[in-house]
Design a protein around this ligand. Structure first.
Ligand code: FMN
Length: 176
């Protein structure tokens, strides 16, 4: 099989859990974006990042390596708190990823969507601030979607939807 690297950026560990599972199953080399400096020897790159305010975390690394990546098999996975079983959420994620990456890289990549975790108390100060703004916006709405109700819950209760077995479809795709 082609030489594969799994590269990820993870703030609180959910993306790392998926990346580690996928990387080990594929017997791939696993790197954080800080470690991944020379990718020339890899034919396949699997990249994972969390969704933050609709953007893909680590997209700066993807943009920096765009030229090389366009000549490789590229698989992206996102990790967000919203449920990717809901088509509307996937549509939102895709719009955000497109803004982060641009058309060319986006259309070259195959994308998978996984669900992450959130523990408000563990968030960095900047992230707490961002979430507070979002909570207030949602609280002011007269009608809320189930997704918004779910986000509100994270303020009081830690949520963990990580299910690494969701990575199997990606693993099969890489092996094709
Ligand atoms: C400030 C902030 C903004 C976020 N924005 C989104 C978002 O727009 N959509 C989403 O699905 N999840 C969002 N999340 C949830 C993260 O994507 C989720 O916690 C994910 O598991 C993080 O992965 P990581 O710990 O590997 O970085 C946000 C989380 C934080 C802290």
């Amino acid at each position: 099989m082609a030489k594969t690297a799994v590269i990820f950026r993870s703030e609180y560990g959910s993306t790392k859990r998926y990346a580690t599972y996928i990387g080990e199953k594929l017997q791939a080399d696993i790197f954080t974006t800080e470690e991944a400096k020379d990718i020339s020897s890899y034919e396949t790159i699997v990249f994972g990042g969390g969704i933050y305010a609709s953007g893909l975390n680590g997209s700066d690394w993807l943009k920096k390596n765009q030229e090389a990546l366009l000549h490789k098999k590229l698989i992206l996975f996102t990790c967000g708190i919203s449920d990717p079983q809901d088509e509307k959420n996937v549509e939102n994620i895709l719009n955000g990823v497109k803004k982060s990456l641009g058309e060319e890289l986006m259309s070259h990549a195959k994308i998978f969507f996984f669900r992450g975790a959130m523990d408000y108390k563990r968030l960095k100060l900047t992230h707490k601030g961002m979430m507070k703004v979002l909570y207030e916006m949602i609280k002011r709405k007269k009608e809320r979607t189930t997704e918004e109700e779910g986000i509100l819950q994270t303020q009081k209760t830690p949520m963990d939807f990580v299910d690494v077995s969701q990575g199997e479809a990606l693993i099969s795709y890489v092996k094709e």
